[in-house]
Design a protein around this ligand. Structure first.
Ligand code: GLU
Ligand code: MG
Length: 459
C-alpha cells in the first residue's frame, strides 16, 4: 500500500506504470481513466463527462437522459483509497484510486454517489451525533476455473464440488489463497473465504469499517476478486442470479450505529433480541421504505428473482433474529470465549446485490433508518419463522410484506414513496431512473435465463 501517507514509494513510481482513477457509476460499473503514475496530480484529477453517468451496464447510453452531450467534470482521487497489487511475470500491477466526481471548480457534483453517502453520514452525525460502521458481505461465482468443473474441456464434466465442502475450496486453489492475500494487500481486511451453496459459489466477509470506507471496500473487493480471477484466466461473477434454478449471489450489508464515544446504539441487553429502542426505530424506518429501497439496493432487471422466498436471500419485508428469509436480520450474538456482545449487534440488510452502487445502497438504508428514528416509528415485530408459511392474518401481525416482483415495480415503489424519492435530488434521481428504465427496455425481449446469462457476463 505504499507509504503510510498513501503516496507511492520511490520504488513503486516508475514511468511505465499505469494508475487508474475510477468511480463506481449508477449501475455499479467501475469506470475511469488511467495515466502513467508519474503524471498523477492528486489535486487536479482527470476529466470526466456527465453523460458517463447515463451509461447502462448493458453498454449503450440511456436515452433519454438528463445530461446530453454537454458539460465537464473531474474525477478527483481520494488518496486514502489507493490500492496497488503487484504484477509479476506477464502481469502488470493493478493500481487504482477511488474518486469523487466534482465540478471543474472542485465543488461536489450533485450526482456523485460517494458525495451522496458522505452527505448522508454527515446528516446522521449532525442530527444525532451518530456514526455508522458497516461491512458488505459478498458472494460470487467462479466461471471458467479449470479445477472446479466450471471450465470448458475435460474437467468440465466433473460435477461441482459440494456446498461448503473442503473439496470445493481446495479445487479453487490457488485462487482462494491468492485472493485473500490480494485483499489484505488492498486493505480490505478479509475475514473468511468459503464455498457457498450454489455451484462454484464463494463468499468473502470483510471486517467492518467506517461508513464511507465500508462502501469503498465493497468497490475494491469486487475489482480485486475480478483481477485475481482474471490473472488466472477465469472470471468472478457477482451477478445476482446466474442460474434461476440455483441460489443467487447476495451482498448483505451489515450496519452498526455508534455514539461519539464508540458505544453501540443498537445494543440493549434487556430488550428482545438485545435490540435497543433506537435500533428498533432505525429498523422500522428501513422496513417502512423497503419497497422503495429495493430500487436502489437490488436494481437490475434480474434482481427481484433472487429475492424470492426460499432462496435464503430475503423472502419478505420483515425483521427476524437469526432468520435468513427476513429482509432485515439480527445475526447471533456470540458469547463463547468471552466475546463482547455489545460490539457484535448489527442489522443485516439482506436485500442488496452487486448491481447496486454500494454508496447509494448504504446511503439509502441509512436515510430510511433515520426517517424511522425521526418519526419514532414503533418496533417491528420479530419474526421467528419462515415468512412464506404465514397466512394473511399472521403476516399482518408480524408486519410481513412482499418485496417488489420486478425492477419496474421497485421503480414505481420509489416514485410512490415521497420521502425516498426526495433523497437523491432531482437530477440525480432522473439520471438514475433513466439508466434503470433503459435496462428494463434493453432486456424486455429476453427470457429470464437469457437475462441471467447477460447479467452474469456484466457483473
Ligand atoms: N445466497 C443468499 C443470497 O442470495 C445468501 C445465503 C446466506 O449467506 O445466508 O443472499
Ligand atoms: Mg452467504
Amino acid at each position: 500500500m505504499g507509504q503510510r501517507d498513501g503516496r507511492p514509494t520511490d520504488a513503486e513510481v516508475s514511468a511505465g506504470e499505469l494508475v487508474s482513477l475510477v468511480c463506481c457509476d449508477l449501475g455499479a460499473i467501475v469506470r475511469g481513466r488511467s495515466l502513467l503514475s508519474g503524471e498523477l496530480d492528486g489535486k487536479l484529477g482527470v476529466g470526466w463527462v456527465p453523460a458517463n453517468h447515463a451509461l447502462t451496464p448493458l453498454g449503450p447510453v440511456a436515452e433519454p437522459n438528463p445530461f446530453g452531450s454537454t458539460g465537464d467534470l473531474r474525477l478527483l482521487p481520494d488518496i486514502d483509497t489507493r490500492v496497488r497489487l503487484d504484477g509479476g511475470g506477464q502481469e502488470r500491477p493493478l493500481e487504482l484510486l477511488l474518486c469523487d466526481i466534482v465540478e471543474t471548480d472542485g465543488r461536489p457534483w450533485e450526482c456523485c454517489p460517494r458525495r451522496f453517502l458522505r452527505e448522508t453520514l454527515g446528516q446522521l452525525r449532525s442530527a444525532l451525533d451518530i456514526h455508522v460502521v458497516a461491512s458488505f458481505e459478498h458472494e460470487f461465482q467462479l466461471v471458467g476455473w479449470p479445477t472446479t468443473g466450471c471450465a470448458g474441456g475435460a474437467a468440465d464434466r466433473s460435477p461441482p464440488a459440494l456446498p461448503f465442502s473442503l473439496e470445493a475450496q481446495r479445487r479453487a486453489e490457488p485462487f482462494a489463497t491468492d485472493v485473500m492475500n490480494a485483499l489484505v494487500e488492498a486493505g480490505v481486511e478479509p475475514e473468511r473465504f468459503f464455498p457457498e451453496y450454489a455451484a462454484h459459489q464463494f463468499e468473502i466477509p470483510v471486517a467492518p469499517a467506517e461508513g464511507l470506507a465500508s462502501a469503498d471496500r465493497a468497490v475494491i473487493l469486487r475489482e480485486v476478486v475480478r483481477e485475481v480471477a482474471r490473472r488466472r484466466g477465469a472470471r468472478a461473477s457477482f451477478a445476482p442470479l446466474r442460474d434461476p434454478a440455483e441460489a443467487g449471489n447476495g451482498v448483505h450489508i451489515h450496519v452498526d450505529l455508534r455514539d461519539a464515544a464508540g458505544r453501540s446504539m443498537l445494543y440493549d441487553a434487556r430488550r428482545p433480541a438485545a435490540l435497543s429502542q433506537f435500533g428498533e426505530r432505525f429498523a422500522a424506518g428501513i422496513l417502512e421504505h423497503a419497497r422503495a429501497l429495493s430500487a436502489l439496493t437490488a436494481p437490475s432487471p434480474i434482481s427481484a428473482e433472487r429475492l424470492r422466498p426460499h432462496r435464503w436471500s430475503a423472502g419478505a419485508v420483515c425483521l427476524g433474529e437469526r432468520n435468513r428469509e427476513a429482509l432485515l436480520r439480527i445475526p447471533p450474538l456470540i458469547s463463547l470465549g468471552g466475546a463482547e456482545e455489545a460490539r457484535q449487534l448489527r442489522l443485516e440488510y439482506r436485500g442488496a446485490d452487486a448491481s447496486a452502487n454500494p454508496y447509494l445502497a448504504l446511503a439509502a438504508i441509512i436515510r430510511a433508518g433515520l426517517d424511522g428514528l425521526q418519526r419514532e416509528l414503533p418496533a417491528p415485530p420479530l419474526l421467528d419463522r419462515d415468512p412464506a408459511q404465514l397466512d394473511g392474518t399472521e403476516a399482518e401481525r408480524y408486519g410481513v410484506g412482499g418485496l417488489p416482483a420486478s425492477l419496474a415495480e421497485s421503480l414505481q415503489a420509489l416514485a410512490d414513496d415521497d420521502v425516498a424519492a426526495g433523497w437523491m435530488g432531482s437530477l440525480f434521481y432522473d439520471a438514475y431512473v433513466s439508466v434503470k428504465r433503459a435496462e428494463i427496455a434493453g432486456t424486455a425481449d429476453m427470457d429470464l435465463e437469457e437475462a441471467c446469462a447477460r447479467y452474469g457476463e456484466i457483473y
